[in-house]
Design a protein around this ligand. Structure first.
Ligand code: FES
Ligand code: FES
Length: 157
């Protein structure tokens, strides 16, 4: 089947198998390997992408379900000039990753929260990020980065 959707700001039309997941299509057909596949069971959050601004697990969503929708992956986050999104910069500034496998999903999940509420409390941030697991950092550097990005994003509004 052929599906059309917006991918990182550009309209795309792709021929896919109806059984393919969004993660398989993004990685295999679009070469967007920032979408990480780990548990494949909607548990770890590594494969998180944004669909119409909301975080979804691309490992369990069938690709045809994004027809006509807006999909954002980590590759679409930096500005046109290559300037990093405040969350990307904050993750770098705070050493908020080690292996980095969870990082694209973390950043996209956090973006969904801060786009909705850049004044989120620590409790709200922790609750929102509950579905994104990290085996390396101990989570505190991630929390620090999200706080820093939130402050930047509040300043931009
Ligand atoms: S790989 Fe999708 S939630 Fe773990
Ligand atoms: S940085 Fe390694 S899993 Fe999070």
């Amino acid at each position: 089947m052929i599906i059309g959707f917006e991918l990182n700001g550009k309209q795309v039309s792709l021929e896919i198998e109806p059984r393919e997941t969004l993660a398989e299509v993004l990685r295999g057909r679009c070469r967007l390997t920032g979408v990480k596949i780990s548990c494949e069971a909607q548990v770890c959050g590594s494969c998180t992408v944004l669909v119409n601004g909301l975080p979804v697990s691309a490992c369990t969503l069938l690709a045809y379900e994004v027809r006509g929708k807006r999909v954002t992956t980590i590759e679409g986050l930096a500005g046109g000039s290559g300037r990093l999104h405040p969350l990307q910069q904050a993750f770098l500034d705070n050493f908020s990753f080690q292996c980095g496998f969870c990082t694209p999903g973390m950043i996209l999940a956090a973006k969904a929260l801060l786009d909705e509420n850049a004044a989120a409390t620590d409790e709200e941030i922790i609750g929102h990020m509950n579905g994104n697991l990290c085996r390396c950092t101990g989570y505190l550097p991630i929390l620090k980065a999200i706080r820093q990005a939130a402050a930047v994003m509040r300043g931009q509004k």
